[in-house]
Design a protein around this ligand. Structure first.
Ligand SMILES: [Zn+2]
Ligand SMILES: [Zn+2]
Length: 352
């Protein structure tokens, strides 16, 4: 196989499919963009045409507004100049998709971000707020590697949410609100779907609620949520779980909560230093990305002989893959979690 046959190559605008003449999650404005999911670093404004998974339409429009969007149900195919394109669940956030490309007998899959935890398949460890990751056989797999280091192993979700519930209940018992910081899109809804709403009221920041609406409209069951401005009774706020994006930390917005405990929910919380730098009471290790055993399992299940690693720990991942006898390389991209975080600052409605 020569590089001239590659179905995805790097261009300054983003990952490009030469025979199909389209981009996947481009970071500069292009004519045709296939979007794996609506996180800000993967779904950028300014493209002329968008193609995305049907279940992601609501969240994509909540973030990008009026775009020229064609949607495709998971598993259905469209043809672009002889390239058969289909989208398959990535289990990362609502509507997240892997992009399968088939051309002249060759199959490539670009993962976008995906979530799969542990070395073995266990439905209890899937993301409850979206369709679980589905392995797709291919010749070449383009994988993310956000948590591609052996130290990243997620605990069972049951244990993690029990920890969060205990922290919330203990705060509520002492009359303090529980401020849990997490990304507005994806993380906030995972938390909502996982906690025990009988402990107290759940309050969300104004940046979170539009995404909740999109999830509910797509049929994802989430407990009742209120905006802080809708809480008139101060006593109920002191028993509340408050979910807000990381950008509110130390802002005037948190003052209306009164005395409160705070915590951060992120895969990065696995690192001791990360919690200290965040200066929060608690760090909960909750990620929407695959852990190290999950990455290995996902890659193995594709059966791919060639793997291209994108954002994350590319060099560690490439070395491990090469040791497994696979042909491995890396693409440098402009994707990354930090951008998701800063993008949420822009989305916050004034006074929310
Ligand atoms: Zn993402
Ligand atoms: Zn990403």
């Amino acid at each position: 196989m020569t590089p001239a046959d590659d179905l995805v190559v790097q261009r300054p605008e983003g990952l490009y499919c030469p025979p199909g003449n389209f981009y996947i999650d481009p970071w500069r404005p292009v004519d045709r963009a296939i979007i794996t999911h609506a996180h800000a670093d993967h779904a950028r404004p300014g493209h002329a045409h968008y193609l995305a998974a049907a279940s992601g339409e609501g969240v994509l429009r909540a973030r990008l507004g009026a775009i020229d969007l064609q949607t495709l149900p998971y598993g259905e195919a469209v043809d672009h100049f002889g390239v058969r394109v289909s989208l398959h669940p990535a289990g990362h956030v609502l509507g997240s998709a892997q992009v399968r490309l088939e051309h002249r007998g060759q199959v490539w899959v670009a993962s976008g971000d995906y979530f799969v935890a542990g070395a073995d398949d266990d439905p209890a460890e899937s993301n409850a707020t979206c369709t679980p990751f589905e392995p797709v056989r291919c010749d070449c797999f383009i994988t993310e590697s956000t948590f591609g280091l052996p130290i990243y192993r997620w605990a069972p979700q049951r244990d993690l949410f029990a920890d969060i519930d205990r922290w919330w209940a203990a705060n509520a018992a002492t009359g303090r609100a529980s401020l849990l910081l997490g990304y507005s899109f994806g993380k906030a809804q995972r938390i909502l779907a996982g906690v025990d709403p009988s402990i107290g009221p759940i309050v969300v920041h104004g940046a979170v609620e539009p995404l909740n609406r999109a999830y509910r409209a797509a049929g994802v069951a989430l407990p009742e949520t209120k905006l802080v401005t809708e809480i008139t009774d101060k006593a109920s706020l002191r028993r509340a779980l408050v979910i807000a994006p990381p950008s509110v930390q130390n802002s005037v917005w948190t003052r209306r909560l009164g005395e409160h405990g705070d915590a951060f929910a992120s895969g990065w919380m696995q690192l001791r230093g990360a919690r200290r730098r965040r200066s929060v009471d608690r760090g909960f290790v909750l990620s929407d990305h695959a852990d190290w055993p999950g990455l290995q399992r996902a890659i193995r299940q594709t059966g791919a002989q060639r793997v291209i690693v994108t954002h994350g720990y590319e060099s560690v991942m490439v070395r491990w893959l090469t040791e497994q006898g696979l042909e491995a390389g890396a693409f440098s991209t402009e994707y990354g979690d930090e951008k998701e975080e800063s993008a949420e600052v822009v989305l916050e409605p004034a006074g929310a």
